[in-house]
Design a protein around this ligand. Structure first.
Ligand code: DX5
Ligand code: ZN
Length: 215
């Protein structure tokens, strides 16, 4: 069964505690936290101090998605703030291998994310070192965008690599995931679905989370 990570990006930022409670009651497996710096992506969101505060109001594991340039500058801050998984973009750090090992040195799970145009081959030589791959199925920066259809090939190909090489890697998909396409994405081999707008813009956030869990 695929797991669900609601993305706080589409939540009501004035009411985060209650928003988190709703997805927690709905059976969310992780909380997905989108950190944006206005450089790697056009948008700016929040950083480690906010994550540290919300760490106190939930026991959900934190899946921190760093959409920031040269993330190696801030790995320790996010580890200290209470991240469980720290995911960096392949495109954002020159020394990806070193950055991954820094994440692991703090006892955290290390993830690598790929923009839609970045080939899977770019992470060929670090597959044995990572705990999670995050395949972006929209161009990162904003919630509420449409799933880029040709990403199905990328998800299937990654699934095949993981299975053939018997790798211990979580395959996470982020961007444009909705109730209407989630079943297909799971059938292509995703283990973990990030859902932002389709959960937090729903009339009943808790019920919508449950609907995803039932898939
Ligand atoms: C986009 C973020 C996503 C975003 C997904 O840059 O990485 O996590 O919250 O939002 P939806 O589900 O609305 O596409
Ligand atoms: Zn994300």
């Amino acid at each position: 069964m695929a797991k669900i990570a609601p993305s706080l990006l589409s939540a009501d930022f004035a009411d985060l505690k209650n928003e988190i409670r709703k997805v927690e009651n709905g059976g969310a497996d992780y909380l997905h936290l989108d950190v944006m710096d206005g450089i790697f992506v056009p948008n700016i969101t929040f950083g480690a101090p906010v994550i540290k505060k919300i760490r106190k109001v939930t026991s959900l594991p934190f899946d921190v998605h760093l959409m920031i340039d040269r993330p190696e500058r801030y790995i320790k801050d996010f580890a200290d703030a209470g991240a469980d998984i720290i995911t960096v973009h392949q495109e954002a750090t020159i020394h990806l291998h070193r950055t991954i090992h820094e994440i692991k040195s703090y006892g955290k799970m290390a993830g690598v994310s790929l923009n839609p145009a970045t080939p899977l081959e770019t992470i060929e030589y670090i597959l044995d070192d990572i705990d999670l791959i995050l395949i972006m199925t929209v161009n990162p920066g904003f919630g509420g965008q449409s799933f880029i259809n040709q990403m199905d090939r990328k998800i299937k190909k990654m699934r095949k690599i993981i299975d053939e090489r018997n790798l211990n890697i979580i395959l996470e998909v982020d961007g444009g995931v909705k109730l209407s396409n989630a079943k297909d994405i799971i059938s292509w081999g995703a283990d973990l679905l990030v859902v932002g707008s389709d959960i937090f813009n729903a009339e009943d956030v808790e019920f919508r989370t449950k609907e995803f869990k039932r898939l």
